[in-house]
Write a protein that binds this ligand. Structure first.
Ligand SMILES: [Zn+2]
Length: 428
């Protein structure tokens, strides 16, 4: 459970509290965690939050899931190959395949698939033998590695198997094979596991005859489609690349960002305000202690952006950041039960002071000027407005944003001009 202490700013209570709390009834670690809880400056009501659900509400299914996951994680910790598994998970979740396939591979890897082995343990099935190869007990080891049909599919797809130590178990063999390949091999491995499970279910439940040629055709076609889709979505040309763009004439755009040092629980927040000509009208950085995580740091940065706007007397704002979660929470209607609630509540109160506030999420590259200022703020330990102007590195980043935008506009104008001339020539 997460508790919120919203009454007084932490800076006012910390000196006395730290000593008293840590020495009397909780240890230092717990005291530090308490002081990492973000406090509201708007006096929102305290609420109880179930941190394992996005909605913050407790559900039995959610409690059950936490128990299962914790059990799973403790099993993973006991594994001697945690580091290798981490590499596998990182690659799997980052891979260019649909989520349903990634989830199937993850479930299979963690023995969470309802195969005959698992169903028999729960007395839900009398069948035990793999319906595809009909040779061995169907369990995770079989489906992930040793099934003859799977090995045959991999061989026909030219999946390269590295050489293994004979003592290696099936999970480590699988991970080694997965990590040894390139992106395409990893994609083929994941698709084949998912596709074979799909065809196995069709055979068991629908009595659809298994066909090796169909399976191979499907895997190859699916892989090709995914490859093409990825290529089209990530063009090498920079023409379609998202750029920083200036706001309308009477609007101020504030880019916010935060830099976070986890070991010290230190955060630097940044708010960088620019006008329609791309010029910096104000900028500030703040150093914050006892910040729980990077997520809280980003929310604080967003809050500081609005405080800066209020101080400067801006009326219409466009607040832009590269933290999608924070932007979603700030815009959320209804009660926010996330750990950010004290901050989002304050931000929503601040909205009332402006004529218009809109939010926009941008990729990290578009928010680069704010990011550079965060690094400078951390290095120079500036807490407040940059009264003498922003540092040279930030000035260059701001200039680059404007130049790229101007070039884009010029290019578009040229294209439009060519279009008009072609239209006129066709009409004459
Ligand atoms: Zn089999």
């Amino acid at each position: 459970m997460t508790f919120f202490y919203n009454r007084i700013p932490v800076q006012e209570i910390r000196p006395n509290w730290t000593t008293r709390v840590s020495t009397s009834f909780v240890d230092d670690d717990t005291a530090n965690r308490i002081f990492s809880i973000p406090l509201s400056e708007s006096g929102s009501e305290d609420i109880l939050v179930w941190k394992y659900e996005g909605l913050g509400k407790y559900f039995v299914r959610s409690g059950y899931r936490v128990l299962i996951t914790e059990c799973l994680q403790s099993n993973l910790h006991q594994s001697t190959s945690g580091a290798d598994y981490k590499g596998f998970y990182t690659n799997l979740w980052a891979s260019n395949i649909p989520g349903k396939i990634k989830i199937h591979v993850w479930r299979l890897f963690n023995n969470l698939v309802p195969h005959y082995g698992n169903l028999t343990c729960r007395k839900l099935s009398v069948e035990t033998v793999c319906p595809l190869c009909q040779e061995e007990l169907e369990n995770s080891e079989h489906l992930l590695w040793s099934c003859g049909i799977l090995q045959c599919v991999w061989s026909l797809l030219h999946i390269t198997l590295p050489s293994f130590d004979v003592a290696l178990d099936f999970k480590n063999r699988f991970v080694s094979t997965y990590l040894a390949g390139d992106d395409r091999q990893r994609r083929l491995i994941s698709i084949s596991l998912w596709c074979l499970w799909f065809h196995r279910n069709n055979l068991v439940h629908e009595r659809v005859k298994f066909s090796m040629s169909k399976v191979l055709g499907f895997i190859r076609g699916y892989d090709q489609d995914l490859g093409l889709m990825h290529k089209n979505l990530c063009p090498s040309s920079s023409l379609g690349k998202e750029l920083w763009r200036p706001p309308d004439a009477d609007v101020i755009k504030i880019n916010f960002d935060a830099s976070y040092v986890q070991e010290k629980k230190l955060a630097v927040t940044v708010a960088l305000a620019r006008d329609c000509r791309g010029e910096v009208v104000e900028a500030n950085t703040y150093l914050l202690e006892d910040v729980g995580d990077a997520f809280v740091a980003e929310a604080r940065a967003c809050e500081r952006a609005l405080l800066l706007a209020r101080m400067m007397g801006f009326r219409r704002l466009l607040v832009e950041g590269d933290s999608l979660s924070v932007i979603k929470y700030v815009q959320k209607k209804g009660v926010d039960r996330s750990v950010l609630r004290p901050i989002t509540f304050h931000i929503q109160r601040l909205h009332l002071l402006f004529d218009e506030v809109t939010y926009s999420f941008v990729p990290r590259t578009v928010n680069n000027a704010a990011h550079v200022l965060a690094l400078e703020g951390r290095r120079r330990r500036v807490c407040g407005n940059w009264a003498d102007g922003v540092p040279e590195s930030v000035r260059l980043a701001v200039k680059k944003d404007w130049l790229l935008w101007s070039q884009r506009m010029l290019w578009r104008a040229r294209l439009a001009d060519i279009g008009c001339r072609r239209g006129a020539a066709a009409g004459s």
